[in-house]
Ligand binder design. Structure first.
Ligand code: UTP
Length: 289
């Protein structure tokens, strides 16, 4: 079984669904209450035992690099005022020096292209891909659920969630080989954003993948697909014809923070859960609803 310690975060997209917020600021730095969404997914990868982190970035994304670095002026000010908790929030979660790499995608040609940009840094290991605009809340981290499936099968693993049939045209949808058993099913193939009437299932790909490094051979050959972008789903679908792929149904709550309504829902859910804010937020919701 190939080693699994590297996690890739594609953050090179344009975030057009959040304009004007994303004109100069990366979508991945939008905050749920007070933490950027990229930090939530980073912490998910840490919790699942990953050790090396690769960000695929683009222009206007340098704030992400800064977020994963020290801010000496701020840290000195907090230190001088003995603000321990704030200091912990600033640096306590940071990874060891040398465990993060940033790769410029140069042109936002799609998710498949973003992942392909990591090829020289992955070598022949298996690796995880986490889309930062999908935020998962669960007892056991989504990526940990997937790692356990990987350790059993050694195959590529896709996290899936059930969606309403009318929404299949918003997602990559898997073609399952039978019914789910213990939350898992072998994948025969997948299609990007099928119309509800053409959808092979209601199991949608939800932004977490564990991939064999051979995916790069398929990404090399993948042409532009839906939306004129190089689609990761197209490369995986081609690969699944000869390689084993398994889907794991994620147990937990998923928030699609790539669209406004999903982002607002996540903000409410995370705010309600906070000890320092939850009760007041509930009152506010009552007031406005
Ligand atoms: P999305 O399609 O959700 O992000 O891609 P987007 O393209 O930035 O957003 P919209 O649709 O224009 O609003 C999922 C993830 O893949 C990254 C994005 O940054 C996002 O985190 N991505 C997408 C890249 O890294 N490169 C790309 O070329 C496209």
């Amino acid at each position: 079984m190939k080693k699994l310690k590297k996690a890739v975060f594609p953050v090179g997209g344009l975030g057009t669904r959040f304009l004007p917020a994303t004109k100069a600021m990366p979508k991945e730095m939008l905050t749920l209450v007070d933490k950027p969404i990229i930090q939530y997914v980073f912490e998910e990868a840490i919790a699942a035992g990953f050790e090396e982190f690769i960000f695929i970035t683009g222009r206007n994304k340098n704030i992400i690099n800064n977020h994963f670095d020290h801010n000496y002026e701020l840290q000195k000010a907090l230190n001088d005022k003995a603000k321990k908790e704030e200091l912990e929030q600033t640096t306590g979660w940071m990874p060891e020096p040398g465990s993060i790499a940033f790769i410029r995608q140069q042109e936002p040609l799609g998710l498949g292209h973003a992942v392909w940009c990591a090829r020289n840094f992955i070598g022949d290991e298996a690796f995880a891909v986490l889309l930062p605009d999908e935020i998962m809340k669960s007892k056991k981290p989504c990526l940990q659920q997937m790692r356990e499936a990987y350790e059993q099968s050694g195959s590529s693993i896709i996290a899936v969630g059930e969606v309403e049939k009318k929404d299949t045209n918003k997602y990559g949808i898997i073609i399952p080989n039978g019914e789910l058993k213990n939350n898992s099913v072998r994948v025969k193939g997948m299609v990007e954003k099928p119309k509800p009437e053409d959808a092979p299932s209601n199991l949608a790909i939800i932004g977490r993948y564990i991939l064999d490094s051979d995916i790069f051979k398929y990404l090399d050959r993948t042409q532009k697909g839906a939306g004129g972008e190089i689609q990761l789903t197209d490369a995986m679908a081609e690969m699944a014809k000869t390689y084993e792929y398994n889907a794991v149904k994620f147990e937990g709550q998923r928030y699609d923070c790539g669209n406004k309504l999903g982002f607002i829902e996540a903000t409410i859910a995370f705010a309600l859960e906070r000890k320092d804010l939850g009760d007041d937020v509930k009152k506010l919701i009552k007031k406005y609803a």
